[in-house]
Design a protein around this ligand. Sequence first.
Ligand SMILES: CC(C)(COP(=O)(O)OP(=O)(O)OC[C@H]1O[C@@H](n2cnc3c(N)ncnc32)[C@H](O)[C@@H]1OP(=O)(O)O)[C@@H](O)C(=O)NCCC(=O)NCCS
Length: 167
Amino acid sequence: MLIRAARPEDLEDIYQLVTYYANQGALLPRTRESLVAHLPHLAVAYQNSRLAGVVALHRLEPTVSEVRSLAVDPAFHKQGIGQQLVLYAVHQAEAEGYHKVIAFTRQVTFFEHCGFHAVPRESVPGKYFIDCVGCPMLTHCDEIAMERVLSVDSTRTSLTAAPASLT
Ligand SMILES: CC(C)(COP(=O)(O)OP(=O)(O)OC[C@H]1O[C@@H](n2cnc3c(N)ncnc32)[C@H](O)[C@@H]1OP(=O)(O)O)[C@@H](O)C(=O)NCCC(=O)NCCS
């Protein structure tokens, strides 16, 4: 199994996989245009030349990034691919100088396997102001905020680009 940065030729398969889960309500829908715009933040897992999974690392706050659009093709579930995609994103976040990675998820046990723990959602104000305020699920959201604190190299500076939504 190979995990690598996504390329333009992966985008249609990524779109189909994310849309498959979005139609079930497991993921937020993503347009093809938003995937193109966020290509540099996407990573993919390939098994035998077939897309097995995808993950996005999204800047939420200057020192906080978020795992998004995590999806593994059902044919490849429970083979460790989801966990490897999350760890790939975690290492990416560390390399980019982030202090923690968060996820808003219903897959609590899975993320615990990936070294995350639940935190109060109010501890991630960037998520609230970027995404939650405009969400129809705001008052009855069933996602759990989870975080993994990273080992930070204090000589690094964090990213300073303005936050951008994936949709
Ligand atoms: C959640 C998801 C990414 C997990 O992918 P996966 O490749 O099957 O997960 P892994 O094989 O890496 O599992 C890692 C560990 O978590 C456990 N795990 C995986 N899915 C789980 C689930 N739904 N409930 C409980 N435990 C789970 C596995 O048993 C494994 O434990 P182990 O290390 O003791 O064997 C996949 O089910 C998926 O794509 N779901 C639909 C989209 C989604 O919900 N994405 C998350 C949005 S935040």
